[in-house]
Design a binder for this molecule. Structure first.
Ligand code: ADP
Length: 163
């Protein structure tokens, strides 16, 4: 059974992220979303909030082989600890590709048995990003087509309160 880890900041988790996760759940035995806790890089949403958004989305979508946990430090070390076989990432276009190719090469160097599997973004989510959600939400725009329905209100309220 292939166990894969889907690492990221998820600040916040978007419909683009959920699409990648759901498609991976159909391909792999187990998918663990690993939410990066980086003390030196600030995120808008706290770690607990980011985790709660993902867990709610997983439950609402009925993804029984998905879960969400926090991690810090090197992804390669987390992969070893979890005895995971592959890293899951998504790409929207050429800019993502450059970054993902470099990350995959690095992870391979640090943990040679680990493979990186990249899924292409679905066409309707190519322009969706966490930073766009934060930007639109802060300005009071409709984020309904960008984040999972179960989290929409909470995210919108938090972002509006930031202005
Ligand atoms: P990072 O890990 O660079 O902080 P994110 O947390 O935003 O990035 O995203 C985690 C992963 O999901 C990355 O591989 C990113 O390219 C991918 N991703 C982000 N948005 C989308 C989207 N709309 N469709 C598909 N994949 C996406």
């Amino acid at each position: 059974m292939t166990k894969c880890v889907y690492p990221g900041s998820f600040d916040p988790f978007t419909l683009g992220h959920l699409d990648i996760l759901a498609r991976a759940c159909a391909l792999f035995g187990e998918v663990k979303v690993a939410v990066l806790h980086n003390a030196r890089k600030s995120s808008f949403f706290a770690l607990d909030e980011r985790l709660a958004f993902i867990r709610r989305a997983i439950q609402a979508k009925g993804l029984n082989n998905a879960s969400a946990v926090a991690f810090e430090g090197l992804l390669a070390d987390f992969m070893k600890l979890e005895r995971a076989d592959c890293v899951l990432r998504g790409i929207r276009g050429a800019i993502d590709y450059e970054y993902e190719a470099a990350m995959a090469a690095l992870n391979k160097r640090l943990y040679p048995i680990c493979e990186t599997v990249v899924l292409m973004a679905s066409p309707e989510h190519i322009a969706v990003s966490s930073s766009m959600v934060r930007e639109i939400g802060r300005l009071g725009g409709d984020i309904g087509s960008l984040v999972p329905e179960v989290n929409r209100e909470t995210i919108a309220e938090r972002l509006l309160a930031d202005e």
